[in-house]
Structure formats: C-alpha cells, structure tokens
Design a protein around this ligand. Structure first.
Ligand code: OOG
Ligand code: NI
Length: 467
C-alpha cells in the first residue's frame, strides 16, 4: 500500500462503496438464501420479531437499548460455516476483509470432542457494528485428528481437489486488493458470487460408502469433506427474551434443544445465551452410477440473546461458575437449570456493581444537560454517581467455546464425545488464516478507554481510570 496516494487514486476511492454497505448487502443476501433453503428459519425470524416487539412494548420508561442497537436488532444475524483446508480459510479471510469482517478470537473445540478450531469474522469498530454486526463463526476441520491414515489421506485429497469459490469471486477479490475498493457494480457482483460458496448442494462429491466411512470418523468430517462447498449451517437472529422464544418454538412446530447454553436468566444479561433446534435429515445424491440417495443432517436453526461484554476478571468468574454448575447434573436439564441459577448468584446482577467491580465493559458518555466543567476532579466514579456521566454496557459481540461445543453437539447427535489430545493448534490455525486473530478483550477495552477519554476530555490520561 502506498503512503501517498496520487490525487487521481483518491478521487476514484471516493466512488468506492463502503465495506459496511457491502457487508450489509451480503448479510441480506445470505438471509434471503437461507430462508429459501430452510423454511423453519423464516418461522424462527417471525417468532423472534414477535417476542422482541413485545419486550420493547412492555418496557417501562426509557428504551432498554440505545437507539443504535435498536436499529440493528431486526437485521442482526450470525451464521456458521466449516471449511476443510488452509487455502480455503486463508481465502475467506481475504474475502471477508472486503466486507469489513476480521477474525476475532480463537476457539479450540477439540477439547470438547469436536475436531475443529474456529474464529469469528466480524466487524470490529463501534460504528461498523452499529451499522450491521453480521458475524460468521468459521471453523477449520482438523484432519490430523482423523486417526485412520488412509481415511485421512482420502479426506485430504478430496479437499485438495475442490474449489469452493467461483472464478469471478476470486478475480474480484484480487481486483479489490489491487485498487482498494469496489464500485457499486463490482460490489453487487462480488456479493452475488460470494453467496454461491455457502449454498446447500444436495449432492455429495463421494460415493455412499466413502461418506459412511468419513461419517464414522466423525459426523463433522463427513459434513466438511463430502460436499462441494461450505454450506451455511445456520443463521441466528438476536432476541431480547430467549426464554420466551424457547417456549414458543414447539407451538410453531420447531423442537428446540433441551437447555439454553450460557449463563442463566438474569436481570442484567451477560455475554451470550443460545438455543438451537435440530436439523432435519435432508436427501442427498451420492456421486456414483445408479445414484443411490441417502440423507445428511447439516443445517439447523439457532437464536441468541446478547448481554454485556465481560472483562477478563468477569469472564474468569463466568467460566468458573459455569464449570461449577456443570458438574454432576449431566442428563437432567431441569436440575441443571436450577443449579445454574443457584451457582450464578455469585455473579452480581446489577449494572453498577458489575461496573464498580470491573466485571464488565462500559461505554461512558457525558449527559447532554450536564455542566461541561467537572465537579468531581476527573474521578470517573464520582462523575457517574453525580449523574454527569452515564455508563452504558457494551454488548458482547463474540462467542463462547463451551456454548459452541453444546450447539455443535446438539446437532451432531454424538452420544459420546470423542477424546482428542489437547495440543495447542492455534499457531497452525493462524498460519492457515494468514494472520493472527484479534483479541476480543483488547477491542472492548479500547472502546471503553476511548469513551472515558472523550468524557474526561483529557486524552492520554484515561489509563488511570481503566477498570
Ligand atoms: C458452529 C457452532 C457454534 C455458536 O453460535 O456458538 C456456533 C457450527 O456448528 O458450525 O455457531
Ligand atoms: Ni451459532
């Protein structure tokens, strides 16, 4: 990249479509495609819209959410895909960068018996997140965890031979990288081409018995290796009351998994709560003469409720409490829920305590009618107490590995989790990706710090006020 762009290049850049708007179109196109492919997703969107409407109407006083977040609520989605090779992951990283989505966080799912590791591609700046927070949980299959060497080699060959991107998507990516942007027609073409990669194909690329062998190694291996591309496996809307959605699903013919992943219901939602419904077995044609048909369960539905992002201290407390609740309640969902409620009493359930104890991240702002001078000598807590500065919780934009493992498992139907050696594979993942993943805590921290600096009007000094 040149440091001193020529005036002509600058003029051309002015006509480029913003990454945010390309992402917005991509999210819309993915949602429209998935609605066609999985009608239950449409039903789920209806239930979520109803519940959100009711929650907002029932809320007394000022809106429970800031305006920017309310605006994004109706279009907010995350999805998930699984790829099979370093090349596929590295290429996705370049393509998602065009949409303003960068890899945040590293999730090792092998510790939970799922042979993948993952990151979340998402927008990272507060403005981009407010515009459209579309995220894709992206997993890379870990072939080295297939024990049988012959089967491992077969899977590798299969993945080597496939091309999941259209020639036009590849060409446009290079064009974007060469020129630093897209004009409207290029943006439109790119979105159309990129969406093709995530389509469902009711056609396996291997004969039925190969599918069966890979499926026996792990269902996920078959899902990644036996198809022409990384079909989007769910798209998740965000609800303001996940318990209400969970309760309504069966009435609309959708059967949710038994328990909600993540923290229990609380007054102040923290992190992320999620529930999913099981995928239907879908007919598949196998790649052989006489084309016997079979079935594959690939796609499912999920909803999520998001709460405040936790600091490392808050997250450590969350992880600790979750582990405490998990022990000894396996197999009994009601007992688990009760225990979860009980154990989480140790996590403060009002915003001010969460803030004062440094458990969560906040965005600080001066109230409009407040005096510009500072009656409390730059003491942030005193300013908050005096009502001069307001602290709003920052929403958690990421994922939770234990929850993700629960979502994977509920849809894989694996009775027994497979045991894998917990090697640190992060470096290999980042090599495949072509860069290091961003640190989610650093992103929240810098948003909080910048807001404190704006509030106190003394850039550079806000460090002392870090929580
Ligand atoms: C991804 C499962 C994880 C979440 O929301 O935690 C996930 C997958 O099944 O590919 O989407
Ligand atoms: Ni998900």
């Amino acid at each position: 990249m040149t440091l001193d762009p020529a005036p002509r290049a600058a003029a051309a850049a002015g006509d480029f479509v913003s990454r945010d708007s390309i992402r917005e179109r991509f999210a819309q196109a993915m949602s429209a495609m998935y609605r066609e492919e999985v009608p239950q997703y449409g039903t789920l969107l209806d239930i979520v819209a109803e519940v959100n409407e009711q929650v907002l109407q029932a809320a007394e006083g000022p809106s429970p959410m800031p305006q920017a977040e309310l605006a994004r609520l109706g279009v907010e989605r995350h999805g998930a895909i699984r790829v099979g090779s370093a090349r596929e992951l590295g290429m996705l990283r370049r393509m998602f960068a065009i949409l303003g989505m960068d890899p945040v966080g590293y999730y090792d799912l092998s510790v939970a018996g799922v042979p993948v590791h993952s990151t979340a591609f998402r927008p990272t700046g507060p403005e981009a997140l407010a515009r459209n927070p579309f995220r894709l949980f992206t997993s890379l299959l870990r072939l080295e965890l297939i024990q049988d060497p012959a089967l491992r080699a077969l899977a590798a060959r299969q993945l080597e031979a496939r091309e999941i991107f259209t020639p036009e998507a590849l060409r446009l990516t290079e064009e974007f990288e060469a020129h630093g942007g897209f004009h409207p027609a290029q943006a439109e073409a790119f979105v159309r081409e990129l969406v093709q990669t995530f389509k469902w194909h009711a056609r396996a690329t291997v004969p039925a018995d190969t599918y069966r062998r890979l499926h026996e190694a792990h269902r996920l291996v078959a899902d990644v290796v036996c198809f022409p591309g990384p079909h989007i496996n769910h798209l998740t809307p965000r609800t303001l009351d996940i318990d209400a959605v969970q309760e309504r699903m069966p009435r609309r013919g959708i059967e949710p998994k038994e328990t909600i992943e993540g923290p229990p219901r609380r007054k102040v939602p923290i992190l992320l709560r999620q529930t999913s419904f099981k995928a239907l077995a879908e007919p598949v044609r196998f790649d052989e003469h006489g084309a016997p048909t079979g079935a594959h369960t690939a796609r499912f539905g999920e909803v999520e409720q998001r709460g405040i992002a936790l600091t490392p201290k808050g997250r450590a407390l969350y992880d600790d409490l979750l582990a405490q609740a998990g022990s000894g309640t396996a197999g009994d969902p009601r007992a688990y829920e009760l225990r979860l409620q009980q154990v989480f009493q140790a996590f403060p359930d009002d915003l001010e305590t969460i803030r004062r104890q440094g458990l969560g991240y906040f965005e600080y702002s001066r109230l409009r009618d407040a005096r510009p001078t500072d009656p409390a000598g730059g003491d942030l807590d005193a300013l908050v107490a005096a009502g001069v500065v307001q602290a709003r919780p920052i929403v958690y934009e990421d994922f939770l590995p234990v929850s993700a493992a629960g979502i994977f498992q509920s849809n894989l139907g694996d009775a027994a989790r497979q045991a894998y050696a917990a090697a640190d594979a992060r470096a290999a993942f980042e090599r495949a990706l072509g860069c290091e993943v961003l640190d989610e805590f650093a992103l929240y921290e810098s948003q909080q710090t910048a807001s404190i600096q704006r509030c106190l009007g003394m850039p550079g000094n806000a460090r002392e006020f870090r929580r």
